[in-house]
Ligand binder design. Structure first.
Ligand code: PHB
Length: 396
């Protein structure tokens, strides 16, 4: 009885508003005409800086293109995912169910991404991944509405093994945080290093985001490998680089890694980072007009130097903007939207790239060395490298 009365009175209020021409329906229309874009990124913890750089990059790309998407204004939403996998689904639903976003941009951490992936697959909301490299997102769990603008975790390290062996470094220790990003980066390293004739003498690990490296560094010193290869990122990477040097290993055992090791941390790491060799789909010193312009504009806008995360955010904004322009803002037309996103070429500060059939960048991987606080390009370590997309049905 109570429920029925409530329904009736609400209905009556709506009819009243419509018939008297009150503002309500107009406001509703104006709001629904906006594109709702949600950021789900880490704004606290060891990956906090990465989240900020990504958001900066997205806003910069869209700002350069007039601040609209397909002619429609944007309403922004934000959730701090804290790089906490156990809250991944709940946080993604804050954006998808509570805020009703049209597009979810996120995230950095592979474990959290698995939560987003579940929500994206269940809801069908457009999901753009500006960093997290977890293989499943564009392999077995790929989806028509999920697009990655960054990399798969094994993409950079698939180019790491050969240059190490070419330098005569034939016995290596691998060290990482033990979660999907580190474990899958290891897969790329293992495959490329052993194929080139190298031997992995030991795999070392610690839980994310633990930074108590001392015991492991002591073990490395006693193992005396030709080189160390690793995956670390963000605040933890800066500490690893400094601890490695402080343990006296820097000049004895060359440090190599998936390029995230030296992204966004060179100021914090200081001289301890000099000489580190990495492979990555971007380098500060990439001498192409797009990168030179991007670095100037970013530094001017944000009073800080861009890194690979800023580039990935930027490319996410470019992809979304170009896709929305192609479909004239009609985001409800999903088939046209996916087609548009699949067929874009992104003129990126990292060099031009395209989407693979499983929705992951096909891109060059550069060999870099830290010189005077910059990631200097040494050469191209892999040309137009594509992830296998293994198990992705879209790729058929
Ligand atoms: C990841 O968890 O996928 C991840 C995090 C930080 C990086 C790269 C990959 O720099």
């Amino acid at each position: 009885m109570t429920t029925r009365r409530l329904v009736l009175s609400r209905g009556a209020a709506l009819v009243g508003a419509a018939s008297t021409g009150l503002l309500l329906p107009q406001i509703a229309r104006a709001q629904s005409n906006k594109i709702r874009v949600g950021f789900m990124l880490p704004y606290t913890g060891t990956y906090a800086q990465l989240g900020v750089a990504i958001e900066n990059g997205v806003r910069m790309a869209i700002g350069e293109r007039g601040g609209k998407l397909g002619g429609r204004e944007i309403e922004w939403f934000k959730v701090d995912d804290e790089s906490e996998p156990s809250k991944g689904v709940e946080n993604a639903n804050r954006l998808v169910q509570r805020d009703k976003v049209d597009v979810l941009i996120g995230t950095v951490h592979s474990g959290v991404q698995m939560g987003i992936q579940r929500v994206a697959r269940e809801s069908g909301v457009l999901s753009l991944i500006p960093n997290a490299g977890v293989h499943a997102a564009t392999r077995a769990l790929c989806a028509p509405n999920v697009f990655r603008t960054s990399f798969t975790n094994s993409q950079p390290t698939l180019a790491l093994g050969k240059p190490m062996v070419d330098k005569g470094l034939k016995k290596a220790v691998w060290i990482t945080w033990k979660y999907a990003a580190g474990d899958e980066a290891f897969e790329g390293f293992r495959d490329s290093y052993t194929k080139a004739g190298g031997t992995i003498v030991k795999e070392l690990g610690l839980p994310f985001p633990n930074v108590e490296f001392q015991a492991l560094l002591t073990e490395i010193a006693s193992l005396r490998p030709d080189a160390v290869a690793c995956f670390f990122a963000g605040g933890g990477a800066a500490k690893f680089i400094k601890d490695y040097a402080a343990a006296g290993l820097k000049d004895k055992i060359p440090l190599w890694g998936s390029g995230f090791l030296t992204e966004g941390v060179l100021d914090a790491a200081g001289p301890a980072a000099e000489g580190i060799m990495t492979t990555m789909h971007y380098a500060d010193s990439l001498d192409i007009p797009k990168n030179r312009q991007f670095r100037l504009d970013y530094a001017k806008a944000f009073k800080s130097q861009p890194d690979v995360y800023a580039v990935q955010g930027y490319d996410t904004g470019v992809l979304l903007s170009q896709g929305m322009t192609a479909i004239k803002g009609d985001i409800a037309n999903k088939q046209a939207l996916y087609k548009a996103l699949e067929t874009q070429t992104i003129d990126s500060p990292r060099g031009k790239w395209t989407m693979s059939k499983s929705h992951n960048p096909v891109q060059d991987i550069y060999l870099r060395r830290v010189e005077k606080g910059d990631n200097k390009v040494i050469g191209v370590a892999a040309k137009a490298l594509s992830d296998s997309g293994a198990g992705c049905k879209l790729a058929a």
